[in-house]
Design a protein around this ligand. Structure first.
Ligand code: TIU
Length: 223
């Protein structure tokens, strides 16, 4: 079984039961004019995760391992969006309002979809989620059961919001989670640092943290 140098200690995973989860690498979070920017964020902070993540996804596909993508967003009638969530953001640039890439965070709109560099390939599952956590109100548990998943490599954006919420949900469901630090992104550098520290603190209270080149090397050694 491959072992990766990680914090708080080595992370060992079984290739037969590990899924790469790519959280919400959507245009609305990453591109100027989208929902992320409407919340007052500097979207430039997130794009640095794209290149390492593309490399990890390529290595993962070469190894023949499963990738599951998620997208945060809502039905066109917004019936799955709690009023408290709808009220966030600048008036006129809220969920469902017209944005630079279509209606903000609405399923089927250009901005809701995944950035060009990280598009899913045929056969990869895309889970649409209304919340921050990828397990809440989705069929992700069933999808992971079909892959026999016990371990997850969790990537995407944002580190302290949807990645953290998902890692916490996964941890409570018994999955072992590895987060490659360079494949997750936050609008806030200090949240990136502290968010990653929180995962691996207390002996790995929520999971493990490593770098993607280490993980890619472990995969390549198996070939
Ligand atoms: N605002 C923020 O940091 N994140 C989100 O709203 N969603 C995700 O993290 N995907």
């Amino acid at each position: 079984m491959p072992t990766v140098d990680a914090k708080p200690g080595p992370f060992t995973f079984d290739l037969e039961s590990t899924v790469l989860l790519v959280i919400d690498m959507q245009r609305d979070f990453l591109l100027p004019g989208g929902f992320g920017e409407s919340l007052g964020n500097d979207v430039g902070q997130l794009s640095r995760a794209i290149e390492p993540l593309a490399a990890l996804m390529a290595a993962w596909r070469t190894a023949g391992l499963p990738i599951v993508h998620t997208r945060e967003g809502h039905l066109p009638d917004l019936s799955d969006c709690p009023p408290a969530k709808l009220r966030r953001g600048a008036p006129s640039k809220r969920i469902g309002d017209p944005g630079a890439f279509g209606r903000i965070l609405v399923r089927g709109e250009y901005g809701h979809d995944i950035v060009d560099e990280l598009q899913p390939v045929d056969g990869e599952v895309v889970v649409d989620k209304p919340g921050k956590g990828a397990f809440y109100a989705t069929d992700l548990s069933d999808v992971l059961d079909k892959f026999g998943a016990r371990s997850l490599v969790v990537t995407g954006v944002t580190t302290e919001v949807c990645v953290h919420t998902t890692v916490r949900e996964a941890n409570d469901r018994g999955y072992e989670c590895l987060v490659p630090a360079d494949c997750v992104g936050s609008y806030f550098p200090e949240f990136q640092r502290v968010g990653l520290e929180m995962i691996a603190a207390q002996g790995g209270i929520f999971g493990w943290v490593a770098d993607s080149p280490t993980l890619i090397s472990a995969l390549e050694e198996l070939r």
